[in-house]
Design a protein around this ligand. Structure first.
Ligand code: NAI
Ligand code: AKG
Length: 528
């Protein structure tokens, strides 16, 4: 039974799937401090948050069973991603569910700031009928600068066109071609600063975006510009903004987010007559909250049940068509890694993975993670998973070399894995045979045909008459039933290998008897 902790208010309707799951127990405990979370988190396999819970390294260290952290929303700046990746915790978000709500809130804020709606409302309900102080400006024919042309920025641009605004967008990934298709101009932050009447930001908060709008940019701006931030506090330098208002560069600002949330009571934005604020309400609609909760619940269930998932933020995104192609290979890849590392006795210096045939044309990075997980699992056990396998290998100084080739040795697809050690190298190759499933087709230089499943005894021996008989008799006398047997040799009378699938693990005594048998060089037990 999996235990899921929900530590922020998340739509009940959206998480119904979790409540309905027979293999999941859901606990809702909101408003917990870091200390309180540290005390209870070791019981849980998954943690679901919005933006209030700060998921720190300390919490993750205490969460010994924690497999996944789900963010019901987009921004994951409240989660220590580095710590999660190191501990192999998958962090997922729900990137699509609140796009429209946040875009609409941006418009609500842009219109409210252009027409002084909150200020006018405040005066009117206080009994004053003041029609002179709140003369606004139209959006019609104005230039809107959008910084961050992702999901929300793009939706804002679409709607701004309906208001007859002309748009300049900046995003490192905005191409001329896409800008043209969107009917907008592509510009830089400085272009936007110089030309825009309204500026809105829709980027995550990163090292690059922190204070990307500060004194230097305000000094370039047109007098009377209005600024909107419904993304993250800190993208716009709050103190520089106050200064720009004082200098009459900025005529008004609308902020849904703050550098520190909630802001201190004496924060300069509160009670400023040119700044309107909301308490991080961008995604606070019934629809958005249901959408993100549904998306994140489905992903958490997939991860807990070892099924494919798509929105991990501490792993590169894999498009669903690529994931579908790779899906059948994940288990084969992991088993190849596990098999080879169980027969490799020296410390691994390099991992070489070669993909060929139909695998040569797909992005195989996710598959490489599974293979490396298989290689490392016997040393690191539950510490390693597909999130941290590459990271752990590299942290241990293991070099990873991935290649593609057209040579398939007659198979439609082939994964060849080589582990280089200080004393040599070992190789394994596997394929998916149409109708027959996964097969190991090569171990070192020997062609084999093995289903990668079960208990194996891998014996290196001298090719001598009677060797196979001796081994069969010894195992039979010790109640170890042989299910399948493969033999391979380089030359008659030379080095040879025998790979047996057996129905139960041989005891240490049996392994010792095998090693002491004349002509046997080494004996390895492999469990897949
Ligand atoms: N106020 C609220 O309640 C909400 C706020 N947000 C915030 O809005 C942000 C944007 O959300 P989405 O559009 O869904 O994300 P997205 O990932 O689709 O778009 C973000 C865009 O920012 C761009 N970007 C990154 N660094 C940049 C830089 N230095 N300069 C210019 N562009 C840069 C990226 O290339 C990307 O296209 C989120 O990161 C989140 O922080 C999101 C939802 C609700
Ligand atoms: O959970 C929320 O309401 C905050 C939404 C948000 O900021 C995000 O999705 O990035």
């Amino acid at each position: 039974m999996f235990k899921v902790l929900i530590s922020d208010p998340i739509s009940d309707l959206g998480i119904q799937k979790l409540f309905d799951a027979s293999d999941v127990t859901v606990v809702k405990e909101t408003g917990l401090s870091e200390d309180e979370l540290v005390k209870i988190i070791s019981d849980f396999d998954a943690l679901l948050v919005r933006s209030q819970t700060k998921v720190t390294k300390r919490i993750m260290e205490a969460g010994s069973k924690l497999k996944v952290i789900g963010r019901a929303g987009v921004g994951v700046d409240n989660i220590d991603l580095e710590a999660a990746t190191q501990r192999g915790i998958i962090v997922i978000n729900a990137p699509d569910g609140n796009t429209i709500s946040t875009c609409e809130h941006t418009f609500a804020m842009m219109m409210a700031v252009s027409r002084n709606i909150p200020q006018g409302y405040k005066k009117t309900i206080s009994g004053e009928w003041d029609r002179k102080s709140f003369v606004g400006v139209e959006l019609n024919n104005k230039v809107l600068g959008i910084i961050g042309m992702g999901r929300i920025g793009t939706e804002v641009a679409e709607r701004a066109k309906a208001f007859n605004m002309s748009i300049i967008g900046y995003d490192p990934f905005l191409t001329e071609d896409r800008a043209e298709k969107l009917g907008i101009e592509k510009g830089s932050v400085d272009d936007i600063a110089k030309k825009a009447d309204f500026i809105t930001v829709h980027t995550p908060l990163t090292k690059e975006t922190r204070h990307m709008i500060s004194t230097e940019q305000f000094e370039l701006m047109k007098k009377g510009v209005r600024i909107v931030n419904c993304a993250r506090g800190g993208i716009i330098d709050e103190h520089a903004l106050i200064h720009a208002i004082d200098q009459e560069i900025v005529a008004g600002a609308a902020f849904d987010v703050f550098e520190t949330e909630p802001p201190q009571k004496d924060h300069p934005f509160l009670n400023h007559d040119k700044i309107i604020v909301t308490p991080h309400l961008g995604a606070s609609t019934r629809e958005a909250q249901e959408n993100v909760a549904i998306d994140v619940s489905e992903e958490v269930l997939n991860i807990l049940r070892d099924k494919p998932f798509k929105n991990a933020v501490n792993m590169p995104h894999v498009p669903s068509n690529v994931l579908r192609k790779l899906q059948p290979y994940f288990s084969l890849g992991e088993r190849l890694g596990s098999f080879l590392s169980q027969i490799t006795k020296d410390s691994i210096e390099e991992i070489h993975i070669n993909f060929s045939g139909e695998l040569a044309d797909v992005d195989t990075a996710p598959l490489s993670r599974s293979i490396i997980k298989g290689v490392l699992a016997q040393y690191l056990d539950s510490e390693v998973n597909v999130v941290n396998s590459m990271h752990l290998a590299e942290a241990k100084g293991v070099k990873i070399i991935r290649q593609r080739s057209s040579s398939t040795k007659g198979f439609t697809n082939l994964i060849t894995l080589t582990l280089k050690t200080n004393s040599g190298e070992r190789t394994i190759a596997g394929t998916l045979l149409n109708g027959y499933g996964a097969r190991i087709v090569q171990i070192d230089q020997y062609p084999v045909d093995i289903s990668p499943e079960g208990i194996f005894i891998y014996i290196s021996h001298q090719d001598k008459p009677g060797a196979i008989g001796k081994i069969g008799t010894l195992l039979g006398e010790n109640e170890v039933n042989i299910a399948t047997m493969q033999v391979g040799r380089k030359v008659v009378g030379g080095d040879a290998v025998m790979i047996l699938t057996v129905d139960k693990q041989p005891s240490n005594t049996v392994k010792k008897l095998l090693i002491d048998t004349d002509g046997i060089v080494s004996v390895n037990e492999i469990i897949l």
